[in-house]
Design a protein around this ligand. Structure first.
Ligand SMILES: CCCCCCCCCCCCCCCCCCCCCCC/C=C/C(=O)SCCNC(=O)CCNC(=O)[C@H](O)C(C)(C)COP(=O)(O)OP(=O)(O)OC[C@H]1O[C@@H](n2cnc3c(N)ncnc32)[C@H](O)[C@@H]1OP(=O)(O)O
Ligand SMILES: Cc1cc2nc3c(=O)[nH]c(=O)nc-3n(C[C@H](O)[C@H](O)[C@H](O)COP(=O)(O)OP(=O)(O)OC[C@H]3O[C@@H](n4cnc5c(N)ncnc54)[C@H](O)[C@@H]3O)c2cc1C
Length: 659
C-alpha cells in the first residue's frame, strides 16, 4: 500500500515538470548567471554530495562537542580537496556553500582576510596574507564586545602606544569590554583583527584595527595575558552551533607597532598619530563587503526554503472534491499560492538585486584604488539597506515555508527548522537591521535636504531629482508609484524633522517613520533591478515570460502588502490598489503550472536541500517514515528511564486502581 502511494507522489512531480511552459535548462542559466556558472555549481554540488565526510543528515542529533569536531573535520577535508584538486577561488567558495555548515573558515576568508586587504598597507598585506592563504594562521574578526555591538565608536578595548618599546598594549579595562561574539574566536583562531581605541601621547583617537596573535602556533594554548573561550550554545539544534563564537579578554598584551593596520592612519616610531588622505569610513569597509555577500546569500536561503515548500505542496493532498473524487494538491489552494508564490518571486528578485549589488561593490572597489571616493556613500546605503530588507524578508519567509508544509515542516527532517535557526541571526549580525535602515534613512534625509540647493542626486537616489514631478503626479501602477511612495515618505519625514527644535531630536522622534521610508526606498531598488533584468535579452523558450510574471508578482505583492503607504502618500488611488490585487490573483494562476519547474531551476541537489519534503523525486512519505526510525530515541524499543521513572509510576497507578 505504502509503495503504491509513493509511486503516485513521484508521478505527481513528473506531471508537474511536464506541464511547465518554459525551458528549465535555460532558466538555470538565467538564475546562475551563465552556462559556466551552472556547470561549476553542478560539479561542486555533486563533489560534496558524493563525499561521505560531508554527510549532514545526522547533524541535529549531534552533541555540541561532536558537532564542533564534525565542523573541524569537514573544514580540514574540504581544504584537502581544494588543494588536491587545485580548485579555483570560485570553485572553492561554491564547495564551501554546498558543505553548508557555518564554521571558522567563513570568518577567516570572509572577514579576517578582507580586513587585512582593506585596511592593511601593502607591506602588511605581503606579510600576513600568504600566511592566511595557506592556513598557516587562522584569523577572526573581533569587533563586537559584551557592552557594544551596533555602536562601534562605543567599544572599550584599548590599544595604548608605548614609545619605550615601540609596542601597543592591548587591554580589556572592563567586563563589558570583553570581545563577545566573534565567530571562530572561541576555539579555532590563532589570530584576530581586534578593533580597539587607539591611545597615543595621552590622546584617544578612536577605533582602529590591530592584528593580534591569540594562541600558540605550537600547541594552540592561549598566549600570556589572553583569556578566551566559547560563549555557549545558540538557538536551534545543529544550526549555528557548529560555529565557535567566542569571548576574549586582554590583560596588557603587547604587540609590535607594525601590527596596527596602517592603511587609513599610522602611528610613527615617536608615537605621532598621522591620518592618511583616505576617508575614515573605510574602517567599516569589511562590513560593506560582507553585507553585499549576505544579500547574495539571502536568495540562496530563500530559494532553498521555497524549493522545499513548492515541491511538497505539489505532493501533499488534503480534502477531496464534493463527490468523493481525488484529493486536491495543496498547491492548488489559492491561499497556498498567495502565501507561497510571492516568496518564489522574492527569491528571484533577491538573486538579481544581489548580482547588481556585487557589480556595484566591485565598481566601488575599483574606484577606491584610484582614490575616487564618490560612490562610497551609495555603496554603504545600498549594502546596509539591501542587507536589512532581504534578510528580514528571508527569515520571515523561511518560517512561512515551514507553516506552508504543515505539521511535517516542524520536523527536523524537513530541513526547515535548521535552515531558519541558521539564517535568523543574519537579521542581527553584520549590523542589526533597524540600525542599518536608520543609516539609510540618514542618507535619505541628507539627500532631501540637498534638493533645494539644486544638487542632483545620483545612482539609486537619482529618482529623487524628479521631485517636482513625483510630488504632484498621479502614478500608473508601475515603477513610478514606487518612486512617488519612497520620495513622498522621505520628504514627509524631512518636513517633520524640520519642525523639531533640533535635527537630532527630530530624527530620534521620527525614527519609526524613517525606518519605513528607508524600506520603501530599498524596495524601489529591488523592483527597479528586477525590471532592468527582465528588459535584458534572456534566451530560452518561455524564460523571459516567466521572469516577467515573477517580476510583476514581486512588485504587485509588495504594493499590496504596503498599500497603506501608497494610499497615505497619494501615490495610488484605492481603485488602483484594488486593481493591483485583482491582477495579482491572475498572475498566481500563471505561475501555478510552472511552480515546480521554477524551483527546479535553482538546481539544488538533495544533499544541499537536506529535506525529505523537498526531495527531487517527490518520494516524501517513505522517506519521512524511514527517517523517523533513525532518531536516537528509537535505538531501543523500551526507552532508557523506563525502569526508573515509568515502571514505578505505572505500578503505582495499578495499585491505586485495585484499591
Ligand atoms: C565547514 C566548512 C568547510 C568549508 C571549507 C572551505 C574552505 C575555504 C573556501 C573559501 C570560502 C569562502 C567563504 C566566504 C564566506 C563569507 C561569508 C561571511 C560570513 C558572514 C558571517 C557573519 C558573521 C558576523 C560578523 C559580524 O557581525 S562583524 C560585526 C558587525 N558589526 C556591525 O555591523 C556594527 C554595526 N554598526 C555600524 O556599522 C556603525 O557603528 C554605524 C554605521 C551604525 C554607526 O557608525 P558611527 O558611529 O561612526 O556613526 P555615523 O552614523 O555618524 O557614521 C559616520 C559616517 O560614516 C558613514 N558610514 C557608516 N558606516 C559606513 C560604511 N560601512 N561604509 C561607508 N560609510 C559608512 C555614515 O554614513 C556617516 O557618513 P557621513 O559622515 O557622511 O554622514
Ligand atoms: C551569530 C552571530 C555572529 C556574529 N559574529 C560576529 C563576528 O564574527 N564578529 C563580531 O565582531 N561580531 C559578531 N557578531 C555581533 C554582531 O555584529 C552584533 O550582535 C550586531 O552588530 C548587533 O549589535 P548588538 O548585539 O550590540 O545589538 P544592540 O545594538 O544591543 O541591539 C539591541 C536592540 O537595540 C536596537 N538598537 C540599537 N541601537 C539602536 C539605535 N541607534 N536606534 C534604534 N534602535 C537601536 C536594535 O534594533 C535591537 O533591537 C555576531 C552576532 C551574531 C548573532
Amino acid at each position: 500500500m505504502a509503495v503504491d502511494h509513493a509511486a503516485a507522489e513521484v508521478d505527481h512531480l513528473a506531471a508537474e515538470r511536464a506541464a511547465a511552459r518554459f525551458d528549465v535548462e535555460a532558466m538555470k542559466i538565467a538564475w546562475a548567471g551563465s552556462r559556466h556558472a551552472v556547470d561549476v555549481a553542478d560539479r561542486m554540488a555533486r563533489l560534496v554530495a558524493s563525499d561521505p565526510v560531508f554527510r549532514k543528515d545526522n547533524r541535529t542529533m549531534l552533541s555540541r562537542k561532536d558537532l564542533f569536531k564534525d565542523t573541524l573535520r569537514k573544514a580540514a577535508h574540504a581544504w584537502k580537496r581544494i588543494v588536491e584538486l587545485r580548485l579555483t577561488e570560485e570553485e572553492a567558495s561554491l564547495l564551501r556553500q554546498y558543505v553548508d555548515q557555518p564554521g571558522y573558515v567563513d570568518l577567516h576568508w570572509g572577514m579576517f582576510v578582507p580586513a587585512i586587504k582593506g585596511q592593511g598597507t601593502e607591506e602588511q598585506q605581503k606579510k600576513w596574507l600568504p600566511l592566511a592563504y595557506k592556513f598557516q594562521i587562522i584569523g577572526c574578526y573581533a569587533q563586537t564586545e559584551l557592552g557594544h555591538g551596533s555602536n562601534v565608536q562605543g567599544l572599550e578595548t584599548t590599544a595604548t602606544f608605548d614609545p619605550m618599546t615601540d609596542e601597543f598594549v592591548i587591554h580589556s579595562p572592563t567586563l563589558t569590554s570583553s570581545k563577545w561574539w566573534p565567530g571562530g574566536l572561541g576555539k579555532a583562531s590563532t589570530h584576530a583583527v581586534v578593533y580597539a581605541r587607539l591611545i597615543t601621547e595621552g590622546k584617544d583617537y578612536g577605533i582602529h584595527g590591530f592584528i593580534v596573535q591569540l594562541r600558540s602556533l605550537e600547541d594552540h594554548s592561549p598566549l600570556p595575558g589572553v583569556t578566551l573561550g566559547d560563549i555557549g550554545g545558540k538557538f536551534g539544534s545543529g544550526a549555528y552551533n557548529s560555529m565557535d563564537n567566542g569571548v576574549l579578554r586582554f590583560d596588557h598584551v603587547r604587540i609590535p607597532r607594525d601590527q596596527m593596520l596602517m592603511r587609513l592612519s599610522q602611528v610613527t616610531r615617536e608615537g605621532k598619530y598621522v591620518q592618511s588622505d583616505v576617508p575614515k569610513q573605510l574602517l567599516y569597509g569589511t562590513m560593506v563587503y560582507v553585507r553585499q555577500s549576505i544579500v547574495a546569500d539571502a536568495s540562496k536561503a530563500l530559494s532553498r526554503a521555497v524549493c522545499i515548500a513548492v515541491r511538497y505542496s505539489a505532493i501533499r493532498k488534503q480534502f477531496g472534491s464534493q463527490d468523493g473524487g481525488p484529493e486536491t494538491q495543496v498547491l492548488n489552494y489559492r491561499t497556498q499560492q498567495s502565501r507561497l508564490f510571492p516568496l518564489l518571486a522574492s527569491a528571484y528578485a533577491f538573486r538579481f538585486v544581489g548580482d547588481w549589488l556585487n557589480w556595484l561593490y566591485t565598481d566601488v572597489t575599483q574606484k577606491l584604488e584610484v582614490k575616487d571616493y564618490s560612490t562610497l556613500q551609495e555603496a554603504h546605503a545600498c549594502t546596509a539597506g539591501l542587507k536589512a530588507v532581504t534578510t528580514s524578508a528571508t527569515a520571515d519567509a523561511i518560517e512561512e515555508c515551514r507553516k506552508l508544509c504543515g505539521g511535517h515542516g516542524y520536523l527536523n527532517s524537513s530541513g526547515l527548522p535548521e535552515l531558519f535557526a541558521v539564517y535568523v541571526p543574519a537579521c542581527t549580525y553584520e549590523g542589526d537591521n533597524v540600525v542599518l535602515l536608520l543609516q539609510v534613512a540618514r542618507i535619505l534625509m541628507k539627500t532631501v535636504s540637498q534638493l533645494t540647493s539644486g544638487k542632483q542626486p545620483v545612482g539609486t537616489m537619482a529618482y529623487m531629482g524628479k521631485v517636482q514631478h513625483l510630488m504632484q503626479s498621479k502614478c500608473a501602477v508601475k515603477t513610478e508609484a514606487f518612486e512617488a511612495r519612497a520620495l513622498r515618505m522621505a520628504v514627509n519625514c524631512a518636513q517633520n524633522i524640520g519642525q523639531a527644535s533640533n535635527q537630532e531630536e527630530g530624527f530620534y522622534e521620527r525614527s519609526p517613520d524613517l525606518l519605513e521610508a528607508a524600506v520603501a526606498h530599498i524596495q524601489l531598488i529591488i523592483v527597479t533591478k528586477f525590471i532592468e533584468k527582465v528588459h535584458q535579452d534572456i534566451p530560452g523558450h518561455g524564460v523571459k515570460e516567466q521572469l516577467q510574471n515573477l517580476c510583476n508578482v514581486y512588485a504587485l505583492y509588495t504594493l499590496h502588502k504596503h498599500l497603506g503607504d501608497f494610499l497615505a502618500t497619494g501615490s495610488l488611488t484605492p481603485k488602483q490598489g484594488a486593481l493591483a490585487n485583482e491582477q495579482l490573483g491572475k498572475l498566481y494562476a500563471q505561475v501555478r503550472p510552472n511552480a515546480v519547474a521554477l524551483v527546479d531551476a535553482f538546481n539544488y541537489t538533495d544533499h544541499y536541500l537536506g529535506s525529505v519534503l523537498g526531495r527531487y523525486d517527490g518520494n516524501v512519505y517513505p522517506a519521512l517514515y524511514e527517517e523517523a526510525w533513525k532518531d536516537p530515541l528509537n535505538e531501543t524499543v523500551v526507552p532508557e528511564g523506563y525502569h526508573e521513572y515509568l515502571r514505578p509510576l505505572l505500578k503505582q497507578q495499578l495499585k491505586l486502581s485495585r484499591l
